[in-house]
Design a protein around this ligand. Structure first.
Ligand SMILES: NC(=O)c1ccc[n+]([C@@H]2O[C@H](COP(=O)([O-])OP(=O)(O)OC[C@H]3O[C@@H](n4cnc5c(N)ncnc54)[C@H](O)[C@@H]3O)[C@@H](O)[C@H]2O)c1
Ligand SMILES: O=C(O)C(=O)C[C@@H](O)[C@H](O)[C@H](O)COP(=O)(O)O
Ligand SMILES: [Zn+2]
Length: 360
């Protein structure tokens, strides 16, 4: 299959997304052009034994002097302490402002390394090499970087775009099924928020996608990256349309934070959150119960949870009031006008929410 190159024309910086069957091939062709002569490869204890050698070899071939920083694995480590391990490694290895940070891993690595790059010596270049489905369709593109706070997801971070994104479909072969499913939540999100034809495609090709058919994977990854690139080009810093990429996330982030980071995977929480967003949209009179059921059936077919956990109603509210879409104390939600068309809704009351979220 021929490689695919997309462009993210973000106002702050334009950069390519290389999508190839083999990561090695994309790196061999393009790495030298997008990486400085010295690089820090940042990864974790799970990914290092699988892909580090490949990336080290690609650096060597491209004449890049690289060193490695290996972090603990997991959403529970997306915090200040782990971020500091990146800074420790950079300083110990005399990284300069021009040193490229290479994020090799899923969204946790990508978000943390991006934030480290945004702040190391006030801004060093970075490259994304996403190795999970979720990071290939969503987190590696668009420049949202962050760490979590115990009181809220991604609360400390920056908008900071990478120099390039390298996607190898072959990386997904080693991904656990549960993680693959988590990535499908964001894929379904794109369909629900902006493309009903893509929703039909997912319904018709779910088996091929789950079997990791190369053409189906290339299609969904390319399609999601293109949708995200278009949105980011128009609204890099989320003053408007970009917030639609938060479909299901107000509820989902509440689930992740309340359950403890890593207990529910981000994609799982977003899946259950999208079901709640559908229920809210029904309540607003926008979509029918049958529309919601169509979304729920697809989410369930992707091996994702459709039922959110039950919390005290005050607990839901407390978390949702930390959402980054809150303006002047007012919560805003992404709802569906119809399947394939999302919009931002204000003026949702606690009484409205009581009938939407499962509470004790
Ligand atoms: N910046 C954004 O726009 C954005 C978008 C969506 C999600 N996110 C963030 O991304 C994170 C979730 O990312 P994720 O789902 O990639 O989780 P993750 O980074 O935790 O990776 C999932 C697991 O798979 C392992 N892994 C990664 N690649 C592998 C491979 N090829 N083979 C085997 N194992 C592999 C990881 O070590 C980890 O254990 C969350 O923190 C979420 O908030 C950010
Ligand atoms: O890129 C975006 O914009 C998104 O909202 C993508 C989301 O999938 C992602 O989970 C993001 O990190 C959530 O953003 P946040 O600003 O609510 O933390
Ligand atoms: Zn997300």
């Amino acid at each position: 299959m021929s490689p695919l190159t997309l462009t993210v024309d973000a106002p702050s910086h334009s950069y390519p997304i290389f999508i190839d069957t083999h990561l090695q091939a994309a790196l061999a062709r393009e790495l030298a052009q997008y990486c400085s002569r010295k690089a820090a490869i940042v990864t974790n204890t799970t990914i290092a034994p699988l892909y580090l050698e490949q990336v080290q070899a690609a650096c060597k071939t491209a004449g890049i002097d690289s060193f490695t920083i290996i972090l603990p694995d997991g959403e529970a480590h997306k915090n200040w302490e782990t971020l500091n391990l990146i800074f420790d490694g950079l300083l110990q290895n005399h990284a300069e402002r021009s040193t490229t940070l290479i994020a090799l891993g899923g969204g946790v690595i990508g978000d943390m390394v991006g934030f480290a790059a945004a702040t190391y010596q006030r801004g060093a270049p970075f490259i994304q090499i996403p190795t999970t489905l979720l990071s290939q369709v969503d987190s590696s593109v668009g420049g949202k970087t962050a760490i979590n706070h115990p009181l809220g997801k991604n609360m400390i971070g920056a908008f900071y775009q990478p120099q390039a994104v390298f996607i190898g479909l072959d990386s997904l072969k080693t991904l656990p099924e549960r993680e693959f499913a988590a990535g499908m939540a964001e894929v379904i999100k794109y369909a629900l928020l902006g493309d009903v034809e893509f929703l039909s495609y997912l319904e018709n090709h779910m088996d091929a996608i789950q079997a990791q058919d190369a053409q189906a994977l290339r299609h969904i990854i390319g399609h999601c990256c293109q949708m995200k690139a278009d949105i980011v080009a128009e609204d890099e810093k989320e003053h408007g349309r970009r917030a639609l990429l938060n479909l299901g996330h107000t509820f989902g982030h509440a689930i992740e934070t309340e359950m403890g980071y890593g207990v529910w995977l981000h994609g799982e929480a977003v899946a259950a959150g999208m079901v709640l967003a559908c229920r809210l949209s029904e309540q607003l009179g926008n979509i029918s119960t049958a529309d919601s059921q169509r979304a729920i059936d697809l989410i369930a077919r992707a091996q994702l949870p459709v039922d959110a956990p039950t919390f005290a109603f005050a607990t839901w509210l407390e978390h949702m009031q930390h959402d980054k879409k809150v303006v002047n104390g007012e919560m805003r939600f992404v709802a569906l006008q119809q399947l394939g068309a999302a919009y931002m809704v204000k003026g949702i009351t606690a009484a409205d929410l009581r009938t939407v979220v499962p509470h004790a």
